[in-house]
Design a protein around this ligand. Structure first.
Ligand code: ADP
Length: 399
C-alpha cells in the first residue's frame, strides 16, 4: 500500500510517497513558486540523486499533475501508474473544534474545513486547493485530512479558554487551538517507544523548535496544554513571530508607527521573534555564528529564546504536577546542542541534567541526560509525514 502525503503551502507543495509495508519513503519532493514565474520541482526517488524539473505550474492542480508525472515517469518514477497510489493524506492546518482526529474527506468534511478559513486564512485555502486538485486528478482514490489542531482537542477548558468575554467563544469559537499537533503526537508516541514505556504512563513536555515553535504538555498521551493559540502567533518567540506579548502593545505600535492593526499583526508575524530582536537573522545557524563572533545582541536573543522555552517547560511541569522527560524536536531542537543546553540549564530543579558529550548529537534519537538525572532530556526527530501516512492507512484499512 502506497500513501501519498501532501502538504500544500500558499506557493509551495511538499510531498512524500510512502510504502506502508515497511514505512519506507520511496519518493519525495518539493514544488516551489507555484503560480509565480520560475516554478519547479525538486524530486528525489529513493536511492537516486535529486532532480530539478522546471515546468509551468500556474496553480496547485498543475503542480500535483507534475508530481504524478514525476512519480510515474520512466526516468524519475517509482511506480508504474497512478493506480499504485492507494490513498492520499493531506496536512490540513486548522480543523477548529470539528475534528479531534484525522478523517476521510467527503463533502461535509470539505465544508467544515472551509468553515475554518477565518481561523487560518493563510493556510486552509491552500490545503483546500490541494485536496480539490487530488480529487480531480485521482477520482476514486480515498483522501484523508490530518489536522494540526486535532491532537490538542483534548485540552481542558481551563487551558483553552481566553479570559475574555465568554460570548466571543460562544459566537466565534475564539479559543486556544494549538498547532504542530501531528508532530507532538508522533514525538510523544516515539518517546514512549524509545523509553520502553507506555505513553499512558508518561508526563512529557515536547519542545518543537523550528522556524515556527511550540511547547506541548502531554499527560498520558493527551495534549493538556500548548503554547500556540487561536493562531500560531502565541507562545514562544520564533524565527520571525513575536510569541506572547502584552496585548496593549498592538495599539501602541499602531499609534506610534501609524500602522493599521492588520499591519501590526504582519510585523508581529514576519518581522519579530529572533529576527526582530537580533536584527541579524531568523535562522539560528546565523545567530550561533554571530554569538561565536562575539555579537552581544545575538547572545541576548539566544538567551531570550531559551529562557521562554524553559519558562513554559516549568509551567507545564506545574500543570502536570511533574514531568518524566523533556523532549526536543524539529530543525532547531534536533540540531542545536547549544539551544538544548541553554534551555536545560534552567531545569535542574526538575531533575534535568545534561551530559554534554551526549548532547553533541544532531538529528538522531538520543537520551542526553546525565546519569543521575531524575527527568530525562531527549532528542526525538519528528516525522509529520509518517504520522499523516499512518493515520491515512488506518482510516483507509477500515473503509
Ligand atoms: P519549519 O518546518 O518551521 O520551517 P524546521 O523545523 O525546518 O522549520 O526548522 C528550521 C530552523 O531550524 C532553521 O530556521 C534554523 O533556525 C534551525 N536549524 C536547522 N538546522 C540547524 C543547525 N544545524 N543548527 C542550528 N539551527 C538549525
Amino acid at each position: 500500500m502506497n500513501v501519498l502525503v501532501i502538504n500544500c503551502g500558499s506557493s509551495s507543495l511538499k510531498y512524500q510517497l510512502i510504502d506502508m509495508r515497511d514505512e519506507r519513503v520511496i519518493a519525495k519532493g518539493l514544488c516551489e513558486r507555484i503560480g509565480i514565474e520560475g516554478s519547479r520541482i525538486k524530486h528525489t526517488a529513493a536511492d537516486k540523486d535529486a532532480v530539478i524539473i522546471n515546468g509551468y505550474m500556474p496553480d496547485h492542480k498543475a503542480a500535483i499533475k507534475f508530481v504524478i508525472d514525476a512519480l510515474v515517469s520512466p526516468e524519475t518514477g517509482v511506480i508504474k501508474s497512478v493506480d499504485e497510489i492507494t490513498a492520499v493524506g493531506h496536512r490540513v492546518v486548522h480543523g477548529g473544534e470539528n475534528f479531534s482526529s484525522s478523517t476521510i474527506i467527503d463533502a461535509t468534511v470539505m465544508n467544515a474545513i472551509r468553515d475554518c478559513i477565518d481561523l487560518a486564512p493563510l493556510h486552509n485555502p491552500a490545503n483546500i486547493v490541494g485536496i480539490e486538485a487530488c480529487q480531480a486528478l485521482m477520482p476514486g482514490t480515498p483522501q484523508v485530512a490530518v489536522f494540526d489542531t486535532a491532537f490538542h482537542q483534548t485540552m481542558p477548558e481551563k487551558a483553552y479558554l481566553y479570559a475574555v468575554p465568554y460570548e466571543y467563544y460562544r459566537k466565534y469559537k475564539l479559543r486556544k487551538y494549538g498547532f504542530h499537533g501531528t508532530s507532538h503526537k508522533y514525538v510523544s508516541l516515539r518517546t514512549a517507544e524509545f523509553l520502553g514505556k507506555k505513553v499512558e504512563d508518561l508526563k512529557l513536555v515536547i519542545c518543537h523548535l523550528g522556524n515556527g515553535a511550540s511547547v506541548c504538555a502531554i499527560d498520558g498521551g493527551k495534549s493538556i496544554d500548548t503554547t500556540m493559540g487561536l493562531t500560531p502567533l502565541e507562545g514562544l518567540a520564533m524565527g520571525t513571530r513575536s510569541g506572547d506579548l502584552d496585548p496593549a502593545i498592538v495599539q501602541f505600535i499602531a499609534d506610534k508607527e501609524h500602522l493599521t492593526l492588520k499591519q501590526v499583526i504582519e510585523v508581529l508575524n514576519k518581522q519579530s521573534g529572533v529576527l526582530g530582536v537580533s536584527e541579524i537573522s531568523s535562522d539560528f545557524r546565523d545567530l550561533e555564528d554571530a554569538c561565536d563572533a562575539g555579537n552581544e545582541r545575538a547572545m541576548v536573543t539566544m538567551d531570550l529564546f531559551a529562557y521562554r522555552v524553559a519558562k513554559y517547560v516549568g509551567a507545564y511541569a506545574a500543570a502536570m504536577n511533574g514531568i518524566d522527560a523533556v523532549v526536543f524536536t524539529a530543525g532547531l531542537g534536533e540540531n542545536s546542542g547549544v539551544v538544548r543546553e541553554d534551555v536545560c540549564k534552567y531545569l535542574n530543579f526538575l531533575g534535568v541534567k545534561v551530559d554534554k558529550d551526549k548532547n553533541k548529537c544532531r538529528g538522531i534519537e538520543q537520551d542526553f541526560s546525565a546519569e543521575w538525572a531524575h527527568c530525562k532530556s531527549l532528542v526525538i526527530p519528528t516525522n509529520e509525514e509518517l504520522m499523516i501516512a499512518r493515520d491515512t492507512k488506518d482510516l483507509v484499512d477500515n473503509l
